[in-house]
Design a protein around this ligand. Sequence first.
Ligand code: PMP
Length: 390
Amino acid sequence: MDQRQLFRRHLAQTSESPIGLDITHAAGNYLYDADGNKYLDLIGGISVCNIGHTHPEVIHAIKQQAEKYLHIMVYGELIQSPQVQYATLLSKHLPQTLSSVYFTNSGTEATEGAIKLARRATGRPGIISCNKSYHGASLGALSVMGDEYWRNAFRPLLPGVKRFDYNSTALIEAVDTTTACVIIETVQAEAGVLEPGPEWLTALRARCTETGALLVMDEIQCGFGRTGKLWGFQHYDVVPDIVLLGKALGGGMPLGAFISSQELMQNLMHDPVLGHITTFGGHPVSCAAGMAAMQVLLNEKLVEEVNAKEKLFHSLLRHPAIKAVRSKGLLIAVELDGASHVLNTLRACLEKGLFSDWFLFAPECIRVAPPLTITHAEIEIACDRILKCL
Ligand code: PMP
């Protein structure tokens, strides 16, 4: 049986039509498959590989840490230098109030941790989230996900969750003294790139402060420079009570985090003690890799280049079949006239050596979220191929 048949038979499948390329290696902005094809990567592992694939400094950090120790003890008991160093670096680049980092295995677990922390700290039941939001796929995270199609089959979900449209006044009006937290993506990614109105976000922040509800901002997809600033919320004059990180946080290794003030996080220390437990969260190799990746991002000043690259995509993505191009930095949705047009275009792009995807709640859009290391020449090639495939 060849590798493709074994993949279908023994690896749990979640779709009738996986992309199914047999990848042998990845480097920089490219993926390589077993048939000898090379693909320019327009999605970077869904906003994970912001500094490109297998960056030498990340690989070096992984090797160095792997030779010292792998897993040694469950989260929080021993002083593990990669965790401490990375938490310190993150705190240095976050607002002063966001200085206590809880490392998890994934973005989903960061969402779970934040919901637990908000419930525990406020003693309130209510959670408010947005339609078309994505925060993960476990039952808690699914409960705050904003799409009925993906939620419905898994009921019963968490009680006390109310959902409203992103940017709606109704959402702000619903926040009251029974609300533990409001959880939003800074920029809604899977909705096909929807930005918050700055006044809406400011009003939401004020309403949360006034009622004692915690504002949780999910930066799992839009953090680490994706939107043109290190953190998406820096575009708006708002600081969340809890920020969620994942994806690029681990530099290609699995890692998530929920981050708050020291005072807030201390709620997980008592009643009950060990308020959130994880065996592998903050794995030392993941933290070493993530820290190396963040240092590359900062040292190579990749975030500063994002806006010019975004503009170049806009200027080149012009075609009668393109209905709209929505973007925040290098998180770009190219809207066509329907999902089947997107799928046909993606298939044609793959044949021309261009790797991309669609959005969960916006299947009428092509996802363009390349490594931030994509060059201007590569953007020209990518856009030319997309236009030809349309
Ligand atoms: N939040 C957002 C905004 C995401 O895009 C994702 C992943 N697509 C998650 C949370 C969940 O992260 P993970 O898949 O690592 O659990």
